[in-house]
Design a protein around this ligand. Structure first.
Ligand code: SF4
Length: 88
């Protein structure tokens, strides 16, 4: 059954976060999308927005998730805790 607007899989907020325990702070994410990611003074990346609804932001975050060398980027559906998006 599709959603009320027929946008199943699109438009749903995604939660973006960084696993600071594995992030090396090398800054690939910041170099790719400084509007979403920044390496903070603690030496690991932080996100500027935790809830993503804009498809361009989601695409950007997914692109970083795919290349982060330590898999520190977490992108999860807000309606399904701990379910990763973009996993194979
Ligand atoms: S690309 Fe990954 S490991 Fe590198 S700073 Fe960003 S989140 Fe951390």
């Amino acid at each position: 059954m599709s959603g009320p607007r027929g946008t199943e899989g699109r438009g749903a907020p995604l939660l973006l976060s960084i696993d600071a325990t594995v992030c090396t702070g090398a800054g690939t994410c910041e170099a790719m999308h400084p509007d979403l990611f920044r390496v903070g003074p603690e030496g690991h990346a932080v996100v500027s927005r935790t809830e993503l609804t804009d498809p361009q932001d989601i695409e950007a975050a997914t692109g970083v998730l795919d290349v982060c060398p330590t898999e520190a980027v977490r992108l999860t559906r807000s309606d399904a805790s701990e379910r990763e998006v973009g996993a194979p």
